[in-house]
Design a protein around this ligand. Structure first.
Ligand SMILES: O=C(O)CCC(=O)C(=O)O
Ligand SMILES: [Fe+2]
Length: 344
């Protein structure tokens, strides 16, 4: 595993003012793809109320039904009134902003080591001639706690509180989703008791030629469920919907939640992961924190047998480690990774 080392885009922008874009970052094809409006006035991803979901957890209800439709029809939604305390979210935001403000030399102390995913750098760079994303990132394992390599953590206590509180949200969403699929509440959550959680902290510097670069290549997430925190006011996330890119307009204080490939596999395709990407702003930096939730390290990733009593498995069954190895060894390219997990 691991990624080829690449220069820091933040350092590049600081050194050159960001007017010159090296050819490896130019993505003429991306500029030609259709975008649906600017997020204003267009159909937006559904908004789900976490407090209502928690009240309905035992018996189901209107909000749970709305969640089910959001998972089937969109694969993306915003979660408002969630249970992570404001001060925990705010300290996480401050933490990560401070990290990227550190001098380049200091950040290098957190750099990824050869063959490893964790640390400051980039992911999914597998060849020297591959196009590069206009971003830097910090990748960390946060759960289970013994997986944390604290030398990569810029400031620990705030992030640790955030980690646990966000995992609780993910577990509760998975519990409602299981019920919505006609399963026992614990069916999915039981596979996530020592579930893995990783963080990808994204830093997208501004780019004078923003239209010609991509902040994060089109991809679907490999995990079960992702909760993304928008750290500042700059918009940039877009999802693929009806063949074009729909900009997501974040609701202040909400998490943007999306279905990952492993949940598509577990549900034998009832819920699908959705392709998304991040674009960059011409003038302002943008930051986001994605929290990825996985099953336990020893879980098998395949269609849940409770759901396939009367239908064929549409995906292969693989252990988590093999699944991840394949995922991280390929460049990000839409849903091409999951296509290779399909049977027939
Ligand atoms: O920056 C964003 O809003 C999206 C981040 C994302 O998709 C990811 O880290 O997988
Ligand atoms: Fe993503």
């Amino acid at each position: 595993m691991g990624s080829l080392p690449v220069p820091s885009v933040q350092a590049l922008v600081e050194a050159t003012g960001g007017d010159d874009v090296p050819p490896r970052y130019l993505r003429p094809d991306a500029a030609e793809e259709a975008v649906t409006g600017d997020g204003d006035g267009e159909a937006q991803i559904p908004i789900i109320d976490h407090r209502r979901l928690l009240l309905e957890l035992d018996h189901g209800g209107e909000e749970s039904a709305r969640l089910h439709r959001a998972c089937q029809d969109w694969g993306f939604f915003q979660l408002v009134n969630h249970s992570v305390p404001d001060d925990v979210v705010e300290s996480m935001k401050v933490n990560i902003q401070q990290f990227f403000q550190l001098p380049a030399e200091t950040k290098k102390r957190f750099a990824q080591e050869r063959g490893q995913l964790e640390g400051y750098g980039q992911l999914f760079v597998v060849s020297e001639d591959q196009k590069l994303d206009w971003a830097d990132m910090l990748f960390l394992y946060a759960q289970p706690p013994e997986r944390r390599k604290t030398k990569f953590w810029p400031d620990q206590p705030a992030t640790f509180r955030y980690s646990g509180a966000v995992k609780d949200v993910s577990d509760s969403l998975l519990a409602t989703m299981a019920k919505n699929l006609g399963l026992k509440r614990e069916t999915i959550a039981d596979k996530c008791i020592r579930g893995m959680q990783s963080f990808r902290m994204n830093y997208y510097p501004p780019c004078a030629q923003a239209e010609r670069v991509v902040g994060l290549s089109p991809h679907s997430d490999a995990n079960l469920l992702t909760l993304v925190l928008q750290v500042n006011h700059v918009q940039g996330l877009q999802i693929k919907r009806n063949g074009s890119w729909l900009p997501v307009k974040p609701v202040p204080g909400a998490f943007i939640v999306n279905i990952g490939d492993m949940l598509e596999v577990f549900t034998n395709g009832r819920y699908r992961s959705i392709e998304h990407r991040a674009v960059v702003d011409p003038k302002e930096e943008r930051l986001s924190v994605a929290a990825f939730h996985f099953p336990d390290m020893d879980a098998m990733i395949g269609p849940l047998k409770e759901l396939t009593a009367q239908e064929d498995d549409a995906y292969k069954t693989l252990d988590l480690e093999s699944f991840m190895k394949i995922f991280f060894a390929t460049k990000l390219e839409g849903k091409s990774f999951l296509d290779r997990m399909k049977l027939n």
